[in-house]
Write a protein that binds this ligand. Structure first.
Ligand SMILES: *Cc1c(COP(=O)(O)O)cnc(C)c1O
Length: 371
């Protein structure tokens, strides 16, 4: 018998060892320097005070299992977005839901498509289920519907589309997403990851509710980690056709959301004024940051999210993204290196507090101005 048939130790399933483990945004600077964490698209506003209160109230009943159906949270989401709660499922972050979708619909030999600079979790989940990742090139750092459709084969089972995409901050219009769906075979699942939908201010954008409602092969995932400021509690949700919700409910952990997440999430989504305030702050800062950094001589990809992608000059190691990253970190400004996303000479910056944003602009002025 060969070593392969009779291994000397447990062997992971196919695909697992091909995964490059996800590296979260940095969160440390040297002692004595004030940290401005702008590396994970977290909100400078924090969560709604009502969410914090709901979280604290949960401390009184920690001996009880949570409601395994997250009823209160699904009800709050349904009311806010005008959806049927039966078509909602919540997850321990939308990451869990993306993983469940891959687990339910992918097996070895299947293919799943995502875009060139798409969110890294897709590739991880595809490989984790032994399926084959297929990358569709982008055009000008934007998802390209024709490139995606060109890569569909009879083995394709899922198309993952972050819209807006992270880390590019770009989006494609509702009409383009509809054209994508119309071009897919009926059995191919289209996953619309709308983690930043609340920030988008474009008339031709849609997070995908209508497309989900009208079809059997589209789902939309959302998160409480970004505009709702609850990343620590890990809360995501998905709107989808009944047959997909049913399949995911069979494989998820029976208590995949904890009580604090259910209570705080419900309070957060009901506090619409808090959400509006955060979105408005972002509207103000996106153009200011983009303008100021462009004036310094940097290139910024136009973003509709709560972050911007900053491109550093090519062919000048002293002004590279890596050099800027070190320079900023030294001063307490922690941005996100995006080499793993195929963007080695760019940094992604979350729109932070006014103090943090102004600090980054000043620091990058210094950085670019140095001989
Ligand atoms: C931040 C982010 C998420 C959210 O993940 P959670 O697990 O809900 O925290 C999902 N998709 C994209 C593209 C993101 O950037």
């Amino acid at each position: 018998m060969s070593a392969r048939e009779n291994p000397s130790r447990p062997v992971p399933n196919p695909g697992v060892m091909e995964i490059a483990a996800y590296v979260p945004g940095k969160s440390k600077v040297k002692p004595g320097v004030k940290l401005h964490k702008l590396s994970s698209n977290e909100t400078p506003f924090g969560p709604s005070p009502a969410a914090i209160e709901a979280y604290r109230a949960g401390a009184e009943t920690l001996e009880f299992y949570p409601d395994g159906s997250a009823t209160e949270l699904r009800k709050a989401i349904a009311e806010t977005h005008g959806l049927n709660p039966d078509n909602l499922i919540c997850g321990n972050g939308s990451d869990e839901l993306l993983g469940l979708l891959a687990h339910v619909y992918l097996k070895p030999g299947d293919e799943a498509i995502f875009t060139e600079h798409g969110f890294l979790v897709y590739k991880i989940q595809i490989l984790a289920n032994g399926a084959t990742p297929v990358v569709a090139p982008e055009t000008d750092l934007r998802s390209d519907v024709d490139a995606i459709l060109d890569r569909v084969t009879e083995r394709t089972k899922i198309v993952f589309l972050a819209n807006p995409n992270n880390p590019t901050g770009t989006y494609i219009s509702d009409a383009e997403v509809k054209r994508l769906q119309a071009g897919l075979p009926k059995h191919v699942l289209l996953v619309l990851d709308a983690a930043y939908a609340e920030y988008v201010r474009r008339n031709d954008y849609s997070a995908g509710v209508e497309l989900v409602s009208d079809n059997e092969n589209v789902v939309m995932t959302r998160t409480f980690s970004k505009i709702h400021g609850l990343a620590a509690l890990r809360i995501g949700w998905m709107y989808g056709p009944a047959h997909i919700i049913d399949a995911l409910n069979r494989v998820r952990g029976p208590f995949n959301l904890n009580s604090a997440a259910i209570a705080a999430g419900a309070a957060a989504i009901r506090d619409r004024a808090h959400v509006d305030e955060a979105a408005h702050f972002n509207d103000t800062w996106l153009p200011v940051l983009t303008g100021a950094l462009t004036d310094i001589g940097l290139t910024v990809t136009p973003s509709v999210g709560n972050f911007i992608l900053i491109h550093f000059p090519d062919g000048n190691p002293e002004k590279s993204a890596a050099a800027a990253d070190a320079f900023l970190t030294e001063r307490g400004y922690v941005l996100r290196a995006v080499g793993a996303y195929g963007l080695p000479n760019a940094l992604r910056m979350t729109v932070g507090s006014a103090e943090a944003n102004e600090g980054v602009i000043e620091a990058l002025k210094d950085f670019m101005g140095r001989a």
